[in-house]
Design a protein around this ligand. Structure first.
Ligand SMILES: C[S@@+](CC[C@H](N)C(=O)[O-])C[C@H]1O[C@@H](n2cnc3c(N)ncnc32)[C@H](O)[C@@H]1O
Length: 445
């Protein structure tokens, strides 16, 4: 058997340490990036050998901080996905009307675009600035420092805003600076979201944005984090996740708002689905500079004021804004196979009209040759209906027709994990990893 190299040992050690410290699933990052980062750190720390670097990593917490800073993905932009911000304005309307205090958490917040977008959306909807706040947390010191500076370049503006947002910025030579009226609504702090002590036990929020984070976590850490989010959310609170994060696991403790493209969830109230009660903890209530070492705890919690319950059924929701893809006509019209039926089926699924979406897909399959896209969509429909075995079958058919369909691989792997088929899940993740590596090689060549 070939001996493992020191470099391989260092890679495995780093994966294990990062898995423990920040819950990172090594497959979500890939060994190529980690190897590059490790080589850079070995050079910068002037470690003569790989084992010298390993010792450093084992013994010096600040070296772990450095590694984390380099390995996390800070990708974010203003009003990312758009619809969550539209829905937030609608959902918070009840609190605004009654004057109840409204608290929002953006975690992880990266360089601040997300929490500032939230604050702008709430100000825009007419909230009294004294009646809401946005807590914004991340593990990365450098991202938090940039967030606090509040000056953003072109890369932070990649999509549409749900309203005329320009007035919340002032232009300077470095880019657009967020105006003071918005900045004062947001409080940044450093925390490790996978640390059970990351938030005071009595802290809770009306809305939580936890987007584009769960996908990077190991399955066990993902489960624990979802439970933590459940606890941090007030009974009628809303949780926003990223577009690829409507995970089967979430459905154990939350249910979808069925709002198209908002990826928004409400808490399940059924006793049987409630996560275990949190162990009582003594939380550190001291506010700290963002440059504090990780993992650290949060700044003080404000007195939580209960807001009015939000509407739980889609039919009860306030009318959609014009930016929404869902129209009243779409709700009434019978599905029509003649038009662009796949697009329509997708829209119906997004709207929560799962039976209609399923029917349209099945009609399409009857009329034409089998298509991976149709089976994938059927898989999503069954997943949303919590018919996980049926979803699995559809995803498998999609992969049979298109073996390199990454999104399907992710969904199927998650379903397998959920139903305890660890081996199958691992094989699917392996496949996904190979695809990603191949794509990375192709794009670099
Ligand atoms: C892709 S960004 C998401 C930003 C924003 N939520 C969005 O969707 O645009 C992921 C962020 O997660 C942060 N992060 C990774 N692991 C973390 C952890 N264990 N605790 C807190 N933040 C973490 C990273 O620093 C990074 O800023």
């Amino acid at each position: 058997m070939p001996l493992k190299s020191d470099k391989q040992d260092a890679l495995e050690l780093a994966q294990a340490i990062l898995g423990k410290a920040i819950g990172m699933d090594p497959d979500s990052v890939g060994p190529a990036l980690l190897e590059r980062v490790l080589a850079e750190r070995r050079r910068q720390t002037k470690s003569p050998t790989w084992s010298a670097y390993q010792n450093l990593l084992r013994c010096r917490p600040d070296e772990l901080d450095e590694l984390v800073e380099r390995i996390v993905v800070p990708e974010t932009w203003f009003f990312r996905d758009l619809e969550p911000f539209v829905l937030l304005k609608e959902i918070s309307a009840a609190a605004r009307a009654t004057g109840a205090f409204y608290s929002v958490l953006s975690a992880p917040c990266s360089t601040g675009e997300e929490p500032y977008s939230i604050a702008m959306a709430l100000l825009e909807s007419g909230f009294d600035p004294n009646k809401f706040h946005v807590d914004a947390a991340d593990i990365s010191r450098s991202s938090l420092q940039r967030a606090q500076q509040g000056v953003f370049g072109k890369n932070s503006f990649r999509g549409q805003a749900p309203f005329e947002a320009e007035r919340y910025f002032e232009k300077n030579k470095e880019g657009r600076a967020v105006r003071a009226e918005v900045r004062r609504q947001v409080r940044f702090f450093q925390t490790n979201l996978v640390d059970p002590d990351g938030f005071p036990a009595n802290q809770s929020y009306d809305a939580i944005f936890c987007r584009n984070f769960l996908i990077y976590l190991k399955p066990d850490v993902k489960t624990a984090t979802i439970k933590r989010l459940w606890r941090l959310l007030k009974p009628d609170g809303v949780l926003f996740v990223g577009h690829a994060e409507s995970l089967p696991l979430l459905y154990e403790h939350f249910h979808s708002t069925n709002r198209p493209r908002a990826f928004a969830f409400l808490k399940n109230r059924d006793d049987a689905t409630q996560p275990d009660a949190p162990a009582p903890r003594t939380a550190d209530l001291t506010p700290g500079p963002v440059a504090a070492p990780l993992p650290r705890r949060t700044r003080p919690a404000r007195a939580a004021t209960r807001s009015e319950p939000i509407k739980r059924r889609r039919e009860d929701s306030p009318p959609l804004r014009e930016t929404s893809v869902s129209s009243p006509q779409a709700k009434e019209a019978a599905p029509n196979i003649a038009a662009d039926d796949m697009e329509q089926a997708r829209r119906l699924a997004d709207e929560g009209r799962l039976d209609d979406a399923r029917r349209l897909c099945e009609q399409r399959l009857k009329l034409g040759r089998p298509e991976a896209d149709v089976y994938h969509l059927l898989g999503l429909v069954e997943e949303a209906a919590q018919r996980f075995a049926a979803a699995e079958e559809h995803f498998k058919k999609a992969l049979y027709l298109e073996p390199g369909r990454e999104e399907t691989l992710v969904h199927l792997a998650l379903l397998c994990e959920r139903s305890g088929k660890a081996k199958q899940a691992a094989a699917l993740r392996q496949r996904l990893k190979r695809l990603k590596e191949r794509a990375a090689v192709e794009s670099s060549g």
